[in-house]
Design a protein around this ligand. Structure first.
Ligand SMILES: Nc1nc2c(ncn2[C@@H]2O[C@H](COP(=O)(O)OP(=O)(O)OP(=O)(O)O)[C@@H](O)[C@H]2O)c(=O)[nH]1
Ligand SMILES: [K+]
Ligand SMILES: [Mg+2]
Length: 352
């Protein structure tokens, strides 16, 4: 027994070593995510402590096998699967378990967190027998997750007294102003940006403001990733306990193993992803209800719709005809800035 115990401990230690990033390769300030291609209309990442059931959940939800076992750190990499729901393709990512200290580079923590940043929704998977302690620890690890800038299109970063234009990957921080003797200088701006992990941006100030204003502008432009707490293994608790957990906001109780409430979870993901399905209608033909163009609610204008169909379509755009809840008349003629609703039908009329 003693010998077996020692072997088990050694094995666990070796598995943990496997997870440690090799010396010196800490992956930069944000760390590098796993190299998994984004496919589909939205991406959902599973984050949680080891052995809470993330891989079991992926296998049951998507049909893509991800190894599950009773020992910790069974999953050492990112395993993608796909769920098709209401005409949309949702990519789901099973990730290695994270442990306390993940964000400081423990285990594959940084890689997991970097990958989580690329998601449109995060499922924080908890074991219902230890939800509260785990929940606090995970939230602490994810604390820097609110995205700064990374999902905001370049030309919309113009707020209040500042306009900040984010460059793609290089150029550093530039600061320009029309104020003769500004209260702040480039070094100060750089310091603030670095706190927010903004490494490349052009920041222009038209009136004399201080650093607090800059912080407010950046704070105001942060994009948060929605999250659902998936409480797994509810086969282990009583109905009374389950009832309490079901009432908590953003909680979704499931049993991955027996596939209990997985439909409920997918429905909740759909709701939190806030997607908009738009059906295309070619002239003189019926709309295509099988393959909707799936947009995100924040980016669901007619122009966004066109860009998803073809890069150059907007250049030939004259107007669009829209049927659905976003318009009063059916059809109604609209311009490129018109915001589309879920299940609208659109016909693009081109200039000749
Ligand atoms: N009772 C019960 N056990 C479950 C449930 N879901 C998963 N398990 C078990 O929990 C253990 C861990 O499951 P995994 O899917 O490997 O967990 P994981 O979160 O992917 O673990 P790591 O990859 O090691 O981080 C396995 O023995 C599963 O069979 C469930 O709903 N109920
Ligand atoms: K496991
Ligand atoms: Mg796993």
């Amino acid at each position: 027994m003693g010998h077996l115990g020692m072997l088990k401990a050694k094995l666990a230690k070796l598995r943990r070593d496997l997870l440690e990033p090799s010396t010196g390769a800490k992956g930069g300030p944000g760390g590098e995510g796993f190299d998994v291609t984004k496919v589909g209309d939205a991406r959902v990442g599973f984050v949680g402590f080891p052995s809470v059931g993330k891989s079991t959940l992926l296998t049951k939800l998507t049909g893509t096998y991800s190894e599950a076992a009773s020992y910790e750190f069974t999953t050492l990499t990112c395993v993608p699967g796909i769920v098709r729901y209401r005409g949309a393709k949702i990519q789901m990512l099973d990730l290695p378990g994270i442990i306390e200290g993940a964000k400081d580079g423990k285990g594959r923590g940084r890689q997991v967190i970097s990958t989580a940043r690329t998601c449109n929704l995060i499922l924080i998977v908890l074991d219902c027998l230890k939800p509260l302690t785990h929940k606090r620890l995970i939230e602490h690890e994810l604390e820097r997750l609110p995205l700064t800038f990374s999902r905001i299109p370049v030309d919309t970063l113009s707020y209040g007294p500042y306009s900040a234009r984010r460059k793609k990957d290089r150029g550093g921080i530039n600061f320009t102003t029309t104020v003769a003797t500004p209260k702040i200088d480039l070094d100060a701006v750089k310091a603030v940006c670095s706190e927010y992990r903004i490494h490349n941006a052009d920041i222009h100030m038209t009136d004399d403001h201080d650093l607090d204003d800059l912080v407010d502008v950046i704070e105001g432009s942060r994009v948060y990733i929605p999250a659902i707490y998936v409480i797994n293994k509810i086969d282990q608790i009583t109905i009374e306990e389950l009832e309490i957990m079901s009432k908590l906001p953003h909680y979704c109780p499931v049993c991955a193993f027996h596939e209990w409430n997985l439909d409920g979870l997918v429905e909740m993901c759909w709701e939190y992803l806030d997607l908009v399905r738009v059906y295309t209608k070619p002239k003189g033909k019926l709309p295509d209800f099988n393959e909707p163009v799936v947009l995100h609610r924040q980016r669901s204008t007619v122009e966004d719709f066109c860009n998803r169909i073809h890069k150059t379509l907007i250049k030939q755009f004259k107007y669009a005809l829209v049927w659905g809840s976003s318009v009063k008349h059916r059809p109604q003629r609209v311009g490129r800035d018109h915001v589309l609703h879920d299940e609208d039908i659109v016909q693009i009329v081109k200039r000749i």
